[in-house]
Design a protein around this ligand. Structure first.
Ligand SMILES: Cc1cc2nc3c(=O)[nH]c(=O)nc-3n(C[C@H](O)[C@H](O)[C@H](O)COP(=O)(O)OP(=O)(O)OC[C@H]3O[C@@H](n4cnc5c(N)ncnc54)[C@H](O)[C@@H]3O)c2cc1C
Length: 383
């Protein structure tokens, strides 16, 4: 029997495997022939993501400014004064992270899909499409938004799911240090759309709430809005983002991490930083279980409190703010732009940390100059 089987060789699986392989025998099962493909990510991260991971993928561009486009066409611009976001080669990031887990001793079995999972009598059993059953003391469910492992051990579902679609366009933008974010029901109901320049290309995309239908219906309007009609589309990719707070991510012999555990910032949809911050807590809980020879849910429960202390506030607050935002009309958003378009808000933006977006929102909302005027929107959005 193995010590640990990790289902999923994406960033959550590889970040976990790299830490766990220091002291345990780790096998990673990945359904695709490589890590990092197919791509389901924009690749926008904070410098912290590279710092924490120690991975140095190609950085296509860096950004210090953002323009927020409101439904009425008005724009609210912020300048953070320093590079706060990087556009990286996400496929390369995943491949290198997997390689670093292999270097630490993890075994990767590619093209091996987990078709069923159960834990019984102190053993986790992963049944694979190849017919092999992988038995281990611990199984890590790092198998993404539709996690087979999560569905096998509990009925918890993400509180909200959004669908995303993006495309790389052959179009060089004059301004290269600014990310454009578009809000409103016409382009991205329930989330936002984006346009990110990188040299002679521009990455555009959008996410929308599940109930609003397929994101593909909004891509043409976005292309028109940006004046990109007729430009060559180099590549397209799509994906889902699970949002909300999973009350329990530890079970007998089993832990969940990454999209499988809804470790995603609900305001931005970013998942890489939460994963990297949750992984050490997962490794600590697993080390503890091996130390005491107990692999039950209660022996693994410190994982939940560990990751919640690290990223729980951002996930919970971010989800509340996302829910409020989704209940507001385009007219409400335009009115909010007029309230927040103030120099002091731009000052707050100077302290912006894209890994804690809810903190910036709260600072703006709690400021004496905005509190009373924003309050009606908070009440409206909350119900
Ligand atoms: C459109 C879009 C844009 C995004 N942009 C950003 C961004 O700019 N920055 C950011 O930080 N985050 C972004 N995200 C979110 C980010 O991509 C995810 O949060 C992150 O990939 C989650 O990593 P993960 O390892 O949990 O899951 P995944 O990356 O989905 O990896 C899971 C792995 O498990 C494998 N797998 C699944 N099921 C099985 C099975 N049954 N058996 C074996 N293997 C299996 C999959 O093949 C996959 O390799 C974006 C997401 C979308 C959809």
């Amino acid at each position: 029997m193995r010590d640990i089987v990790v289902v999923g060789g994406g960033p959550a699986g590889s970040a976990s495997a790299r830490l766990l392989a220091r002291d345990h025998e780790v096998t990673v099962l990945e359904e695709h022939p490589v890590s990092g493909l197919p791509l389901e990510c924009t690749g926008l991260v904070s410098p912290d993501v590279l710092e924490i991971s120690g991975i140095r993928p190609t950085v296509y561009n860096t950004f210090s400014k953002a323009d927020f486009h409101f439904p009425d066409g008005s724009v609210f611009s912020i300048d953070c004064g320093k590079p706060t976001a990087l556009l990286i080669d996400r496929t390369e990031f995943d491949t290198r992270l997997a390689q670093s887990a292999m270097d630490a001793g993890a075994e990767y079995v590619y093209s091996e899909r987990c078709s069923a999972y159960y834990a019984k009598d102190g053993v986790g059993r992963v049944l694979a499409d190849s017919g092999t059953t992988y038995e281990s003391r611990i199984v890590i469910g790092a198998d993404g938004h539709s996690s087979r492992v999560r569905r096998s051990v509990c009925n918890f579902m993400p509180e909200m799911q959004v669908r995303g679609l993006q495309a790389d366009i052959r179009k060089e933008m004059d301004v290269q240090d600014t990310i454009d974010i578009y809000m409103g029901s016409e382009l991205a109901p329930g989330f936002f759309a984006w346009s990110i320049p990188f040299g002679e290309f521009t990455r555009i995309g959008l996410c929308c709430e599940w109930s609003c239908g397929k994101p593909s219906q909004f891509l043409d309007p976005l292309m028109r809005k940006l004046g990109f009609e007729g430009c060559q589309i180099i590549s397209r990719n799509a994906g889902k983002i699970p949002l909300g707070h999973l009350k329990q991510t530890y079970f007998d012999n089993t832990l969940l991490i990454g999209d499988s555990a809804c470790h995603v910032k609900p305001i931005s949809g970013g998942g890489l930083c939460p994963i990297l911050k949750a992984a050490p807590h997962l490794a600590a809980a697993v080390d503890h279980a091996f130390a005491i020879g107990d692999f039950s849910a209660s022996a693994l429960s410190s994982y939940q409190s560990g990751w919640e202390a690290e990223i729980g506030a951002e996930l919970k607050r971010g989800y509340k703010l996302r829910s409020v935002y989704n209940n507001l009309s385009d007219k409400d958003l335009n009115k909010i732009r007029r309230i927040i378009d103030k120099p002091f808000v731009r000052g707050i933006a100077l302290t912006a940390d894209i890994d804690r977006p809810s903190e910036v929102c709260l600072k703006v909302m709690r400021h004496p100059l905005t509190l009373l005027r924003l309050f009606p929107f908070l009440v409206k959005g909350a119900f």
